[in-house]
Write a protein that binds this ligand. Structure first.
Ligand SMILES: [Zn+2]
Length: 172
């Protein structure tokens, strides 16, 4: 199949089936990291903004995107990484946030924790207080127990009401 046989809308729907490697219930489209789909001659150009620069999952995501489009017959797939403007959790779709919650991960709250200092190993900036709702019982009576959950993109919280520990998606 050449590029003319596929439409941009089709490519978006195919990308909607590409799961995030760390959170299989959410697609890369719902995660909000796919910025643009365009055709350049026969090449399909997909622009992606990583959740944060150096996110270890990016390579896997790039390969999954390429593979998914190859499966649908697009031979020439070009991935462009766009770092600016930076991804924010606001780009995540409502469906994505709901899927996260169903998976037992608290969706991002309004405020994003600044973890740049943690990554660079330089001075640590104090995180603003943030209200994270428990995905199990909805209580806002929760406590941060670790800056790092099962992956660097998540923090570990504990609900003080139902006592369940849960991951909070903090990627920025
Ligand atoms: Zn709870």
């Amino acid at each position: 199949m050449n590029a003319q046989a596929a439409s941009v809308a089709e490519v978006w729907s195919w990308l909607g089936e590409v799961a995030d490697p760390e959170i299989p219930v959410i697609s890369v489209v719902d995660l909000g990291i796919v910025r643009d789909v365009a055709f350049d001659g026969d090449a399909c150009v997909v622009t992606i903004t990583p959740t944060y620069s150096g996110c270890p999952a990016m390579q896997v995501i790039a390969e999954s995107v390429e593979q998914a489009l190859h499966v649908h017959g697009l031979r020439d797939v070009r991935l462009v990484t766009q770092l600016s403007p930076a991804w924010t959790t606001d780009w995540m779709s409502e469906a994505g946030k709901a899927a996260l919650k169903g998976y037992g991960i608290a969706p991002p709250a309004q405020q994003v924790i600044d973890i740049s200092g943690l990554h660079a190993g330089v001075k640590r900036r104090a995180a603003p207080p943030l209200v994270v709702s428990c995905p199990n019982c909805g209580s806002q009576h929760t406590q941060l127990t670790s800056q790092f959950g099962s992956t660097p993109c998540k923090a570990l919280y504990k609900c003080l009401d139902c006592r369940e520990p849960f991951d909070y998606f903090k990627c920025h």
